[in-house]
Design a protein around this ligand. Sequence first.
Ligand SMILES: [Fe+2]
Length: 345
Amino acid sequence: MIFRQLFDHASSTYSYLLASRKGGEALIVDPVLERVDRYLQLVQELDLKLVKAVDTHIHADHITGLGALRDRTHCITVMGEQARVDVVSMRVAEGDKLTIEGLSLDVLYTPGHTDDSYSFLMGDRVFTGDTLLIRGTGRTDFQNGCARAQYESLFGKLLKLPEETLVYPAHDYKGDTVSTIGEEKRSNPRLRVRSADEYVELMARLELPNPKLMDVAVPANMRVGLAQDEIAKMGWAVTPVQARGLVGRADVALVDLRERAEREKHGVISGSLHAPYPDLEANIRTGGMLNELARATGRRIVFYCAFGERSAMAVQAAQDAGMASACHIHGGLDAWRKAGGELVR
Ligand SMILES: [Fe+2]
């Protein structure tokens, strides 16, 4: 496995680059905008392909690198269901798996620091965001934070992991890089409480100043979506209502770019094909499955995904590959559902 812990001095943020092998797919957790050049250089040096960028929650102390990484690598952006961001490519919830080639992370919903805080468990290690820090815990006094919820996330979930589980937080301000669940249980002063009430009281007494960048970072981090309007202006988008009229038509091929697990969990548009986003390049090049389908049958390819972001990137790539009729459903299945579109399983 390739595992790199990267540090942003200005915000004391740790980001994590993960991959199963040289030459394979990579995922980054909690990237910082100012460090994006460095991440991409490292990705290139390690001969990796960045396919997912994940934030554990909406950060208040730095601007996320999610949008910039997506724009520069066409990777998928991922956050939790509760994150109040305009658009991410994929949303996850408790019990889901976050996967790339050769790696699978268990998604744990661990609210408290914010109501959109997630942790990700990968075998012997857990990425705890700002829920559990080394000898500390994330503050709970803004962004719908809740000390009681955090107590549950800590004592009900994270501290129940095996004691030897390595703890990799989103920040450290003292120079520590890693801890373990057992070590935190024994030595983290915030965890020496006997009840949720005591924890709530402890957190209420902290009276911390707001992060310096909060007024800039939070609004910026809520607007990470790709500008789908640009694709629409090119005439490469259909509205969900228009898309409903295309279902079942012989001259149209609806193509679902989502992962199998998303399809199983949320359902699919009746009669659509499945061509996962990671295989896009192979599918749209000359001789590729979708390129051939469009060429040989004259069918219009209509991509869709969860929120319209993967499909917007796919349309651009398909157009670049000469598939002139390719378009997508603006806003994805989220918009489709809101327009009364049906999904089948
Ligand atoms: Fe945070």
